[in-house]
Design a protein around this ligand. Structure first.
Ligand SMILES: Nc1ccn([C@@H]2O[C@H](COP(=O)(O)OP(=O)(O)OP(=O)(O)O)[C@@H](O)[C@H]2O)c(=O)n1
Ligand SMILES: C[C@](O)(CO)[C@H](O)COP(=O)(O)O
Length: 232
């Protein structure tokens, strides 16, 4: 059976928490749009054969231009997303033809090649996988009035990142079931979990941030600059 691996990179959000006029995935990092940095990691990975980029309707043309300009020839489709991340992923999945899929946020440009490989290997072994880091803070469950309800044992808590890796056919079933039931999850794994797919956690790095709020841009500039200096 083929073990081809594709990626769905979602970049159709508005970036409201960032608060910039330009959507955060198109802001420049060391002179290049954040989304291009992210695509370049998957383009470079030898396991990845196809990439589907999901973006806003008004951004499809400029994304296609960047795909050409930066020679991102693994990008097979640039498609329009939906109103929620989950809808954007679902729309992207329909354009992929590989056996495995890695779903990744367009605003996580610092994922590393070896992390992608580890995600794939764990998914092959267990069924599906998510990249994650152990939480560093103490987490409390709080009620709507701000009263602490409980303090879960930190040793069992992980902050979940992307990529998240699945068999494409199984993830499509999970997405269709979620749509039928009106279930909206905050990541892809939560849909797989409710479909009974076993998911492995793969320890990644704290640098694989999801660029979300303005202070993340300082970290992003610093990280991109230091990585560039290491490579040159
Ligand atoms: N309807 C949506 C919403 C989000 N995303 C993508 O999902 C990733 C993670 O989402 P998030 O960081 O929440 O991005 P936004 O929704 O853009 O941010 P915000 O919630 O602050 O508006 C981003 O790459 C974003 O572009 C998407 O493709 N389609
Ligand atoms: C998928 C995700 O990046 C895992 O951390 C995250 O849940 C996306 O959440 P958001 O609300 O769309 O930022």
């Amino acid at each position: 059976m083929s073990n081809s691996v594709g990626a769905v990179i979602v970049a159709a959000g508005r970036g409201t928490r960032m608060g910039t006029v330009e959507s955060k995935q198109y802001l420049l990092l060391q002179g290049k749009p954040i989304i291009v940095h992210t695509l370049e990691v998957f383009q470079r990975h030898p396991l990845i054969s196809e990439i589907v980029l999901v973006t806003g309707k008004e951004d499809v043309d400029r994304c296609r231009e960047w795909v050409k300009a930066y020679r991102l020839d693994k990008v097979v489709s640039v498609v329009t997303g939906g109103s929620e991340r989950q809808h954007s992923v679902h729309l992207g999945l329909r354009h992929l033809k590989t056996t495995w899929v890695m779903v990744h946020d367009g605003v996580r440009p610092f994922v590393q090649i070896n992390e992608i490989t580890a995600c794939y290997e764990h998914a092959r072994e267990i069924g599906a996988s998510v990249l994650a880091v152990p939480v560093k803070d103490t987490i409390k469950q709080v009620d709507k009035d701000g009263k602490v309800l409980s303090t879960p044992d930190r040793r069992s808590l992980w902050a979940i990142q992307t990529p998240q890796t699945f068999r494409l056919s199984e993830l499509l079933v999970a997405y269709e079931s979620a749509e039928r039931d009106g279930f909206l999850g905050t990541d892809d794994s939560s849909l797989a979990e409710r479909s009974g797919i076993p998911v492995a956690v793969v320890e990644g790095s704290y640098a694989n941030i999801k660029i979300t709020t303005p202070e993340d841009l300082d970290f992003a500039e610093f990280t991109q600059r230091s990585r560039g200096e290491v490579q040159t």
